[in-house]
Design a protein. Structure first.
Length: 186
């Protein structure tokens, strides 16, 4: 059985270190784990209940929900913007939290990781993302954490996929996610 993990990156910047971290997860996914790096969060409109009407949900939001619906688990990558998660990641969580009680996160394992320039690696943002996705129904893996500080200098010349410490941390998180999926299927 292959485990499908949907990766959502909270940074839209082309050279984002969190995007690179997600690419590293894709590259180093263990056997039996498939990671889909979701493209298109920038195009999803801000959540508005007036738009979330059956039969007329914006296409970009419907595509996000469809991708999330086929995922066994989620891996969120969050930088830290002014001490919290970026709006694009929160917006994705909002869209995927609906319909209430039956959104795409409901009962599925979720881990949140990331990197930021600051000395704590974005832990506040990651904690906020864990809180929001937990309220949205996700089974948040509280111990599956990876916060990498000093991203601007650490990854100035080295891609996260080539950083042994990062690869080890990502592999551990992916193992925790896949074991939760495997455990739920047993």
């Amino acid at each position: 059985m292959s485990v499908r993990i949907l990766a959502l990156v909270g940074s839209l910047r082309a050279g984002s270190h969190n995007r690179q971290l997600a690419e590293a997860a894709v590259k180093h996914a263990p056997a039996g784990v498939e990671i889909e790096l979701y493209e298109g969060l920038a195009d999803v409109p801000f959540y508005n209940e007036d738009l979330d009407v059956e039969g007329s949900v914006p296409g970009t939001a419907a595509r996000l929900r469809a991708a999330a619906g086929t995922a066994d688990a989620f891996l969120l990558f969050s930088p830290e913007y002014n001490g919290t998660m970026p709006a694009v990641l929160k917006n994705a969580i909002d869209w995927l939290s609906r319909p209430y009680g039956g959104g795409a996160f409901t009962g599925k394992p979720v881990a949140v990781v990331g990197t930021a320039f600051g000395q704590y690696g974005g832990v506040w943002a990651q904690d906020d993302a864990r809180k929001a996705v937990g309220i949205a129904g996700g089974a948040v893996l509280a111990d599956a954490k990876l916060s990498i500080p000093g991203s601007v200098t650490r990854f100035a010349e080295l891609h996260p996929a080539d950083d042994d410490e990062v690869v080890t941390g990502l592999t551990e998180v992916l193992g925790q996610l896949s074991s939760q999926v495997s455990g739920a299927a047993a």
